[in-house]
Design a protein around this ligand. Structure first.
Ligand SMILES: Nc1ncnc2c1ncn2[C@@H]1O[C@H](COP(=O)(O)OP(=O)(O)OP(=O)(O)O)[C@@H](O)[C@H]1O
Ligand SMILES: [Mg+2]
Length: 334
């Protein structure tokens, strides 16, 4: 699959992309003035972004709405030209869009589709087979494998417009993977899907990655996707990188506590609360505490020593809350 091994699958240096936006003017006089001398402002969608991603890694690319994620993915896949800075994807400059580059990547956008709306997926597959020049045997075996893994045998002959969102998304993934790209850019692949379908797609991606080891750059607003798939996360805000590292480091950095849930066999909680342990919720014999990470083992031992524990679980706060914390207004405007 890989003609040449690169230390990094993706490298960007000083990547920058701005957009000029025309401002609307209110009122007749202002509208007229605006017509002759349009007022505009410049948005820095991506700002001095440095990325270095190794082949085979799965990276969660996170950030609030408008952070610059889609703009970055479009530049990495050659759909947008950077305002300044450099990009190397498997040694190619994406916006040259040379054939070897296009054969080694795929961009899947949850909000847009590659499938032809009026054709059944099987016909779009056939078109892609021609575009990518796949041999009969490669095509047959890849289709078979993807159809099995994605469980889409029933959808292949149905006009795409008549498929459900979940069916369409799975066919969308199949068509994007037909040529076995080494790099997969996934922009919100599970958007709008119900929880079961999100899980199905996540499991498929994990399985696919285990088998073929593509490099995956994934954006999602569903933190379950990120927690299940990504070893490393890159967080951007207003086009700037604000975090790059392991998900667990991000969790620890943002929230030095864990949540401990305790269910008592009977009676009330008798243990004395110590420093670094706070009761945050109580409902009957169910208690929830916020405990400093360093004190979790000691607290758990103390609780068990009471001999009154029916159940005890220790977990991280929900990732959604943590990421939300990164983008609070005081952080943005210190
Ligand atoms: N074609 C365009 N013309 C003008 N401005 C644009 C264009 N595309 C993106 N922008 C602006 O660039 C910024 C980054 O947008 P982008 O779509 O990359 O964000 P995002 O992180 O993908 O957000 P979301 O999570 O909502 O998908 C936003 O301020 C957006 O309004
Ligand atoms: Mg986006």
């Amino acid at each position: 699959m890989n003609e040449q091994q690169h230390e990094y699958a993706i490298v960007t240096r000083g990547l920058h992309r701005e957009f000029k936006i025309r401002l609307k003017a209110e009122g007749l006089v202002a509208s007229l003035r605006n017509f002759f001398a349009p007022a505009s402002k410049t948005v820095n969608a991506v700002n001095n972004l440095e990325l270095a991603i190794r082949p085979g890694d799965i990276i969660g690319f996170l950030g609030p709405n408008g952070a610059g994620k889609t703009t970055t993915l479009k530049m990495l896949s050659g759909l947008l030209v950077p305002t300044s800075g450099t990009i190397e994807v498997l040694g190619h400059t994406p916006f040259n869009r040379d054939h070897a580059f296009l054969k080694s990547i795929s961009l899947v956008m949850g909000q847009k589709q590659n499938l032809w709306w009026d054709l059944p997926p099987v016909e779009t597959f056939a078109i892609h087979r021609r575009i990518y020049g796949l041999s009969d045997s490669d095509y047959e075996s890849r289709i078979q494998e993807l159809v099995d893994m994605l469980e889409i045998a029933d959808c292949l002959e149905t006009q795409t417009r008549k498929l459900s969102l979940g069916q369409r998304m799975r066919c969308e993934l199949a068509v994007s993977l037909l040529h076995q790209p080494q790099i997969l850019f996934l922009d919100e692949p599970t958007i709008g899907l119900d929880i079961l379908m999100q899980k199905k797609i996540r499991n498929f991606l994990l399985d696919y990655h285990r088998r073929f080891k593509p490099t995956i750059l994934l954006t999602s607003h569903y933190m379950d996707d990120v927690a299940a798939l990504a070893q490393r996360v890159i967080v951007i805000d207003h086009g700037n990188k604000v975090f790059d590292g392991h998900l667990s480091d991000l969790t620890q950095k943002l929230h030095p506590e864990k949540i401990m849930s305790v269910l008592l066999n009977n009676g009330k909680f008798e243990c004395r609360l110590e420093d670094g342990c706070h009761l945050i919720h109580q409902d009957g014999q169910h208690y929830r505490f916020l405990v400093d990470r360093s004190r979790v083992p000691e607290m758990a031992a103390k609780l068990y020593a009471t001999g009154n524990i029916a159940d005890l679980t220790i977990e991280d706060p929900p990732l959604e809350d943590l990421i939300g914390q990164l983008f609070t207004s005081d952080r943005r405007n210190p």
